[in-house]
Design a protein around this ligand. Structure first.
Ligand code: FAD
Ligand code: NAP
Length: 309
């Protein structure tokens, strides 16, 4: 069987592309990957998605996206694409069970994953006091002092969330001003349980030998001064990298590793392959823009398929 459209990714971009292609009677198949619902499922309240005047959890919202896409006939497949052959049409996608899917078009909506500092002690202590998801792991840090690394919206959100459990949250940021939106900055700066270490980065996390986090070595990015600080946990919130492993070497990427799309469209460097959401957006990276670009990809795919017939 040759599918008309296959969608890689179950975040706001993937599900929106599914809703539109399903309503266009293209019977899309959608692969969920390892994070069904995408990045929003690891956050608490969503307050800025239009149409929801009251906050709702990311998981609840993504449940609605899925429900809506299935209502119009999307086939959601709970597996990950491990290989994509985009060299000839129909394209071939292979899932982790080895099942091959032939498809005339592909919409890549594989999003982005948390970035790590990639220092040895961080790698060694991941899951042992070092985390990149406060909503997943915050509960384990009750009564402790924890650190959040980063100065963006995610860092502020994680820090505020962690004040529910931690006695104190120390935000470590490499500059002296935050990147986060004004509203998130204000909430964090006004929170009495949050303290800031400005112009600082982590050089090392202790204690690898003990197998748990007991403290860090901080480096001042202006003076170079090194300083020890006791801490019970470290949460990374230093941004995300696009998930492009399965299409590596096949599609044009920009220098930061994001899929290049033709301006004002979702067309990639291969005809019949479209990209939407955070995997092709290093600027806006919001649920609403991901959903909007998912809609664009669906319409582009539908028109492209019509031109082929
Ligand atoms: P993602 O949500 O990243 O979803 C990617 C999907 O692709 C996942 O389902 C994954 O499993 C799947 N996938 C990846 N690789 C494969 C593969 N090989 N095979 C199959 N599937 C694959 N934005 C807002 O607008 N408001 C907020 O309040 C907000 N809060 C946030 C809080 C946090 C902590 C974070 C990290 C982000 C937040 N964002 C928020 C940003 C928002 O989550 C993203 O912009 C949005 O989720 C991007 O959607 P996406 O569909 O492009 O990708
Ligand atoms: P981000 O905006 O890219 O911020 C990453 C932060 O980490 C920056 O402050 C950056 O410092 C710092 N950083 C990067 N690499 C570092 C390193 N190696 N060491 C130390 N610090 C490092 O990423 P994000 O906060 O994850 O946000 C991603 C997107 O999701 C944004 O568009 C954001 O608006 C959106 N989002 C929205 C909400 C919301 O609306 N409530 C919540 C979360 C996320 P510099 O500032 O110096 O570059």
């Amino acid at each position: 069987m040759i599918h008309k459209v296959a969608i890689i990714g179950a975040g706001p971009a993937g599900y929106t592309a599914a809703i539109y292609t399903a309503r266009a009677t293209l019977s899309p198949i959608l692969f969920e990957g390892t994070q069904p619902g995408g990045q929003l499922t690891i956050t608490t309240d969503i307050e800025n998605y239009p149409g929801y005047p009251e906050p709702l959890s990311g998981s609840e919202m993504m449940g609605y996206f899925k429900q809506q896409s299935e209502r119009f006939g999307t086939e959601v497949i709970g597996d990950t694409i491990v290989k994509a052959d985009l060299s000839k049409r129909p394209f071939t996608l292979t899932d982790s069970m080895g099942t091959e899917y032939l498809t005339e078009s592909v919409i890549i909506a594989s999003g982005a994953s948390a970035r790590w500092m990639d220092i040895e002690s961080e790698t060694a202590l991941r899951g042992r006091g070092v985390s990149a998801c406060a909503t997943c792991d915050g509960f384990f840090f009750r009564g402790k002092e924890v650190m959040v690394i980063g100065g963006g919206d995610t860092a502020m959100e994680e820090a505020i969330f962690l004040t529910r459990f931690a006695t104190k949250v120390v935000v470590v940021h490499r500059r002296d001003s935050l990147r986060a939106s004004k509203i998130m900055q204000k909430r964090a700066l006004e929170n009495p349980k949050i303290e800031f270490e400005w112009n600082s980065v982590i050089d090392e996390i202790h204690d690898v030998t003990a197998g748990k986090v007991t403290g860090v070595t901080l480096r001042n990015t202006v003076t170079g001064e090194l300083r020890q600080r006791d801490i019970g946990g470290v949460f990374l919130a230093i941004g995300h990298k696009p998930n492009t492993e399965v299409i590596a070497g096949q599609l044009e990427l920009n220098p930061e590793g994001y899929i290049v799309t033709r301006p004002g469209s979702s067309y990639t460097s291969i005809p019949g392959v479209f990209a939407a959401g955070d995997v092709q957006d290093h600027v806006y990276r919001q649920a609403i823009t991901a959903a909007g670009s998912g809609c664009m990809a669906a319409i582009d795919a539908e028109r492209w398929l019509m031109e082929q017939s």
